[in-house]
Design a protein around this ligand. Structure first.
Ligand SMILES: [Mn+2]
Length: 339
């Protein structure tokens, strides 16, 4: 079935005259890698291609190939010539429909994703929950349609796979991702550049904030979860960006054998962002209960109108003026974890 869909997507791309690509609302190595690797092929087909990103791309990615194809200008959707949309690494149908609705005529939507929570909002859905990255699915698309990736496309796909597998270390890593990695390096992908870009990019100030979070690690007995907290004050007092302190949950899951890790973090724009990693559990289920999404082993959610607070030495969240401890919140949304 996957092979058939890859060929079907190829036919649609060959037929299209003005395709537009959409990258997920969370900009990361995989959403950029998968959409830009596909953009590279469309460029080779002679298309004047653009990749929509919801906000300016963080600086760490600026040295990547084809970054000039990214735009955060929604006006591109008002073009009546658009005849096909392809979305990458995105499980949120509302984000996609808000953009597609702006296109003056009705167009087909291709949905290429690996999130278990993707509802299949496209006209053509290549949703492979077992794929470690959307970039792995794009790699399979290239293979299935016998397209040889350029050096740039190879670098972009390898970045996506490295980004979502923590350079082949986390539970998403499988034979397919290692095979793809080897093939992409043969095609000229620059693996050391990718590792530097993804991991060796923390400032000393950002590490100090991580240090504060490490000092706050709590083992929650009833669930066995380990969680920690980063507040708005932590970020404001040091002046580091949210991007720079991101990745703490990935780092923790790399260096400890704790089964389930959760990082709660105030967002600069308001609200609390929650990022979860597990080895044997199912954090997609928890994320869904809180209105978020993701993968079984890595998922997250956001809480609006809320912020983190420490009260009587216990961390909790004030949401719409109401305080609750993390345990109280979890007992309401995921009671089965406490049985
Ligand atoms: Mn991904």
């Amino acid at each position: 079935m996957q092979s058939y869909i890859h060929r079907q997507i190829h036919e649609e791309l060959l037929k299209a005259k003005h395709p537009v690509l959409i990258s997920d609302e969370r900009i990361d190595g995989d959403s950029l890698g998968s959409s830009l690797a596909m953009a590279d092929y469309l460029k080779r087909l002679g298309h004047d291609i653009q990749v929509y990103v919801p906000k300016p791309v963080p600086e760490q990615y600026h040295k990547l190939p084809l970054m000039d194809l990214c735009t955060d200008d929604q006006a591109i959707f008002q073009n009546a010539d658009i005849d096909l949309v392809a979305v990458f690494d995105c499980s949120d149908p509302d984000y996609v429909s808000r953009l597609v609705e702006q296109i003056p005529r009705s167009v087909k939507v291709i949905n290429i994703d690996h999130h278990a929570t993707n509802p299949g909002y496209g006209d053509i859905n290549q949703v492979v929950a077992t794929a470690p990255a959307a970039s792995q699915i794009v790699f399979d698309f290239y293979q299935e349609n016998k397209i040889i990736p350029s050096r740039d496309a190879a670098t972009l796909m390898l970045m996506g796979i490295c980004s979502d597998t923590g350079v082949f270390t986390n539970g998403a890593t499988n034979a397919g991702s290692l095979d793809a990695g080897s093939e992409l390096i043969l095609r000229g992908a620059q693996v050391q550049d990718i590792i530097r870009l993804l991991f060796r990019n923390r400032s000393v100030e950002a590490l100090r904030i991580w240090g504060a979070a490490l000092g706050r690690l709590v083992e929650h007995q009833p669930t066995g979860f380990v969680w920690t907290f980063l507040t708005k004050q932590d970020m404001e007092s040091s002046g580091v960006s949210e991007e720079e302190i991101g990745g703490l949950s990935n780092f923790l899951s790399l260096v400890t054998d704790v089964d389930t890790l959760i990082v709660f973090r105030d967002s600069i724009e308001g609200g609390v962002k929650v990022s979860m990693r597990t080895r044997s559990g199912n954090v997609a289920e928890i994320a869904t209960a809180f209105g978020g999404g993701g993968h079984i082993k890595a998922a997250g959610f956001s809480l609006d109108n809320s912020y983190l607070t420490l009260k009587d030495e216990t961390w909790g969240i004030v949401q719409d003026g109401q305080y609750a401890t993390i345990e109280e919140l979890f007992k309401v949304k995921v009671p089965h974890l406490f049985k």
